[in-house]
Design a protein around this ligand. Structure first.
Ligand SMILES: [Mg+2]
Ligand SMILES: [Zn+2]
Length: 196
């Protein structure tokens, strides 16, 4: 789902649940998808700034047997349709269906793509020509910030989803580059930082 040519550039890695759409626990039906009111404007602002937007999402519900990969694909197609109504688009959608404690073969295993693992970022680097160390990660969990640290990029914690709770439970030795109220504030921060 990439529309841009291959080149080495910075990107914005976006978490899905609690960052782009409402956090509803395991999202097992497309009817439960609800974009945050600022989601379309946020993505469109990144599009206009020519910053590739890459969705990266842990979806261990697949390994746990709560829903199938086809549901995840359907959810992502639905998100793409909703964004398109406002002229916004995400350049690529990646997710990790694995979990070591899962029940469903072949997903029940350790992997390198479950965040804070960097597998999805490395895949985007290969497939889209993105330079991880110059990129941003936006998410509502410390694991999103941890991923930013792992790739040498910058990590922004949003207070939506689990973010406000996460902010109250700091992780030793882990600091976000910014903690902001929501995705649109994260985008504003990124757009002021990107020339530095
Ligand atoms: Mg999240
Ligand atoms: Zn995985």
């Amino acid at each position: 789902m990439t529309s841009r040519s291959r080149r080495s550039e910075r990107a914005v890695f976006l978490d899905r649940d609690g960052t782009l759409i409402n956090e509803v626990g395991y999202l097992d039906r497309v009817e439960r998808v609800m974009l945050y009111p600022w989601a379309i404007d946020s993505v469109r602002a990144l599009n206009r700034a020519s910053l590739p937007v890459v969705l990266i999402s842990n979806q261990s519900g697949v390994a746990r047997g709560f829903f199938s990969e086809s549901v995840v694909d359907e959810v992502h197609q639905h998100i793409a349709t909703l964004l398109d109504t406002g002229g916004a688009s995400i350049d690529a959608y990646y997710y990790c269906p694995h979990h070591p404690d899962g029940k469903v073969h072949p997903y029940a295993r350790p992997c390198d793509c479950r965040k804070p693992g960097r597998g999805m970022v490395d895949r985007a680097a290969r497939e889209l020509g993105i330079e991880p160390a110059r990129s941003f990660v936006v998410g509502d969990r410390w694991l999103d910030v941890e991923l930013a640290r792992a790739i040498g990029g910058r990590g922004i914690l949003v207070r939506t989803g689990y973010g406000a709770t996460e902010e109250c439970r700091p992780r030793q030795g882990l600091e976000a580059d910014a903690i902001v109220d929501n995705l649109i504030s994260a985008v504003s921060w990124i757009l002021t930082q990107r020339f530095r």
